[in-house]
Write a protein that binds this ligand. Structure first.
Ligand SMILES: *Cc1c(COP(=O)(O)O)cnc(C)c1O
Length: 483
């Protein structure tokens, strides 16, 4: 039997079957090799614009080249010159480590070019998105009315949430929104996009543990109302990126219910901690939010992009977004057959839910629960190590996989400026030697090192080795510096 394409004229943009398969095999080999060797590579590789220009500036070739060479070049010259956010010792920002079924799901979706905007366009994929969102709903403890959509990420999810909040409030003039001074910059940007002036994005002071100060929130909302402003939404952190802090979600839900405000929780990185007992305890009150942003490409181990917005009553999302132009009239199949394009910005959407579905089908939910729990625990063990160390000092206790600390030997009496200099030198050396990738932050004005431990590959040895290197680098930096 011959394959359907054999003998028929191929388009100019097609490859022969055998070459297609060989290339796919080559790509798979490259990726698997990378996964196997990642731990032995530095966690970060980058270059200046000038270096990248020299390597990659060229006009598009008028005639094609060998596909295998093109692929090889992408794999050797382009893709590796980047942060390895999935490296077991990538502790900076928010790491992301994909699972292989998730990677394959993206490949399969691209191969099928799934149009996940309408039920008519993709019934099977739409049903899987419905099912996966129902899983999330149950994990959160949301009611049956809840659903949402997959988005590019937490930024897009929060933007969609703000649109729903604004419409629920009747799209008032002089709208204000409230978030803590620890909230992610994505929320400020989302507010700007929905037309809330930067000066109307209220940053509420956080307390000693970086949680929203509820009295301050109440005061600001009351003041704004008295001044003729129109408060529409309050945003809580379900794991602030800086410290892992979780806002007092129950108290915020009470406040928003009494004040008729939309309660949005940014749980972009921390949300999937609800899969664990500890996470559910820490995130108590999350289930009372009107909307929640969660990134499956963070703590649910999916390749980018896999954000998600969950809304307690999905009709409020649809009433904000649904528009029904004539040219899409065939796609209106009734409420039972939702069109995901009616829940957010995108019409043409990729089928992101498949990666979650395939990963969980493959490994089982229990494996995900244990892996998320391991991240929480590794950060707690790092905290214990720091507390026991004579050389390191906790800057903020471990919370949802994040712990902040700095080099500051006990009774050292070093000045803030000196400590900042040493800690910066430590960070530079940790990165420069390829020991690990680590970012810093500023807590109550003091420079602090920060670990975010969400990677399913990361072991205690990775964490311990980096902590020990930090101690050593710190002592050596002190020895080689004049105070
Ligand atoms: C990562 C993150 C965001 C931004 O999400 P993207 O997926 O990068 O768009 C927003 N808030 C928090 C708390 C995050 O961790």
């Amino acid at each position: 039997m011959t394959s359907p394409t054999e003998g028929t004229a191929r388009s100019e943009l097609e490859l022969p079957r055998d070459e297609m398969l060989a290339l796919a095999r080559q790509a798979a080999e490259l990726i698997v090799h990378r996964i196997e060797h990642l731990a032995y590579e530095p966690a970060w590789k980058g270059g200046t614009r000038a270096e990248m220009e020299a390597l990659l500036r060229e006009p598009p070739p008028e005639e094609g080249r060998s596909a295998a060479e093109v692929l090889e070049r992408a794999a050797t010259q382009i893709l590796p010159v980047a942060s390895r956010v999935d490296h077991p010792r990538f502790f900076a920002f928010v790491p992301g480590s994909a699972t292989w079924p998730g990677v394959l799901a993206d490949f399969l979706c691209a191969g099928h070019n799934t149009f996940q905007g309408t039920w008519l366009g993709a019934s099977g994929p739409s049903q899987v998105e419905v099912v996966v969102l129902d899983w999330f709903r149950d994990w959160i403890g949301y009611p049956a009315t809840a659903s949402g959509l997959f988005t590019s990420g937490g930024s897009a999810a929060s933007l969609d949430a703000f649109v729903a909040a604004r419409e629920a409030a009747g799209a008032p003039q002089r709208a204000t929104v409230y978030m803590s001074d620890q909230s992610h910059s994505a929320l400020s940007r989302a507010a700007t996009i929905v037309g809330i002036r930067a000066e109307h994005v209220r940053k509420v002071k956080s307390d000693d543990f970086y949680r929203m100060d509820m009295r301050e929130l109440a005061r600001m909302v009351a003041e704004d109302r008295a001044a003729g402003m129109h408060p529409i939404a309050v945003c809580g952190n379900g794991g602030a990126t800086n410290t892992g802090a979780v806002d007092p979600l129950d108290a915020m839900a009470d406040f928003c219910a009494a004040d008729r405000l939309w309660f949005h929780v940014d749980a972009a990185y921390g949300g999937f901690a609800v899969l664990t007992e500890k996470g559910r305890r820490v995130l108590k009150g999350l289930e009372r939010a009107d909307s929640i942003a969660m990134d499956a490409h963070k703590w649910l181990f999916q390749p980018f992009e896999a954000g998600c917005l969950m809304v307690r009553d999905v009709r409020r999302l649809e009433s904000a977004f649904a528009v029904q132009p004539e040219y899409l009239q065939d796609a209106q199949l009734g409420h039972e057959q939702p069109n995901f394009s009616d829940r957010g910005l995108q019409l043409t959407r990729s089928f992101r839910a498949l990666k979650v579905w395939m990963s969980i089908q493959t490994f089982g939910l229990a494996a995900f629960r244990r892996t998320v729990a391991k991240g929480i625990q590794l950060a707690e063990e790092a905290e214990e190590y720091v507390l026991a160390s004579e050389i390191l000092e906790i800057a903020n206790p471990a919370s949802l996989g994040i712990v902040c600390f700095r080099f500051n030997p006990r009774n050292s009496g070093y000045s803030h400026e000196f400590l900042e200099r040493i800690n910066k030198a430590i960070q530079a050396r940790v990165i420069g030697t390829g020991t690990a990738m680590m970012s810093s932050t500023r807590l109550r004005g003091a420079y602090s090192l920060r670990f975010c431990i969400l990677n399913h590959h990361t072991t205690w040895q990775d964490v311990l080795g980096t902590l020990q290197a930090i101690e050593r680098f710190g002592l050596e930096a002190v020895a080689s510096t004049t105070k």
